[in-house]
Design a protein around this ligand. Structure first.
Ligand code: R5P
Length: 292
């Protein structure tokens, strides 16, 4: 086995190489003056099982293109099998056509990865795991980040109550609650598909007095969902609210929005290169390593 680390591996390639005692080859990369991506694999991988590590966080299109170029180059060099580790899988939220005429982004992205030559895909908690499994033609392994997130969350809370911001996140909340040995519930949200605005549809009958509420989601993008959930939690009596998510994208003023909504701490994982140093990062490399 050889690990090939891409420009957006966010150090997970180094960690896997060390943990598994496997050779690491860093992909050479540059951008041509006209903006196009260039990739070269500088060593032979002929006959080897190759694990490519490349996340697809912002800028998603560039990182996705680099991934496809790495797969193509590795295939051309004669690898016997290609496994793509994509800690954050971009475009996963557009997993169906919400409105007529929309592109089915997840499907085309997964087709490109497969057709470029990737036999297997390992990814960390995509928005809808079943959609990824059904659209990728090769083998798919999903990494559950809950144990890594729980390790960090335990440092921040005393009397936790896990709250999912929508019904879709309930199963995730249940997994986390098990790790924290705490109760859990969910609220109901509604998103305007045109403006992207989030609205809490139904306030649950919950008493959160004295509780440290842990809001759990797969992604924090604009922060709108968790900001609203935080305000609701305080209205229901929460002593303190923290937020945890697998992929902390934190777009534009998301951090300030969450802070203004009373969120005392934000915990994410290293599937994303998070520039904001106030965000606490849980390492998920060991959870990926066991899938190899
Ligand atoms: C959507 O259903 C996801 O699970 C997240 O709740 C959503 O992507 C978060 O986005 P934002 O931070 O922009 O509200």
């Amino acid at each position: 086995m050889i690990i090939v680390g891409g420009p957006a591996s966010n150090g997970i390639d180094d960690k896997l190489s060390e943990m598994l005692n496997v050779k690491l080859v860093k992909a050479e990369h540059k951008i041509f003056p006209d903006g196009e991506s260039y990739i070269r694999i500088p060593e032979s991988v002929k006959g080897e099982e190759v694990v490519i590590v490349q996340s697809t966080y912002y800028p998603q299109d560039k990182h996705l293109m680099e991934l496809l170029l790495m797969i193509e180059a590795v295939k051309n060099l004669g690898a016997s099998k290609i496994i793509s580790i994509i800690p954050y899988l971009a475009y996963a939220r557009q997993d169906r056509r919400f409105k007529d005429g929309e592109a089915l982004s997840l499907k085309i992205v997964l087709n490109l990865i497969y057709e470029s030559g990737s036999d297997e895909l390992i990814t960390v908690e995509p928005h809808k795991p079943d959609a990824v499994i059904s659209y990728f033609k090769g083998n798919v392994k999903i990494v559950d980040p809950t144990p890594a997130l729980a390790r960090e969350i335990k440092k921040e809370v005393e009397n936790p109550f896990v709250l999912a911001p929508d019904r879709g996140a309930l199963e995730r909340a249940e997994r986390l609650a098990k790790e924290l040995n705490s109760p859990y519930s969910h609220i109901e949200k509604e998103r305007d598909r045109t403006t992207g605005e989030v609205r809490i549809k139904e306030a649950p009958h919950l008493d959160l007095h004295g509780k440290d509420v842990v809001l759990i989601d797969d992604i924090i993008s604009t922060g709108g969902t968790l900001a609203q959930a935080s305000q609701l939690s305080y209205n229901l009596g929460a002593r303190k609210v923290i937020a945890a998510a697998t992929h902390v994208l934190l777009v534009n003023d998301a951090y300030d929005k969450l802070t203004r909504a009373g969120i005392k701490s934000i915990i994410g994982t290293n599937t994303i290169k998070v520039e904001n140093k106030n965000v606490k990062i849980a390492d998920i490399s060991d959870l990926i390593a066991v899938k190899l």
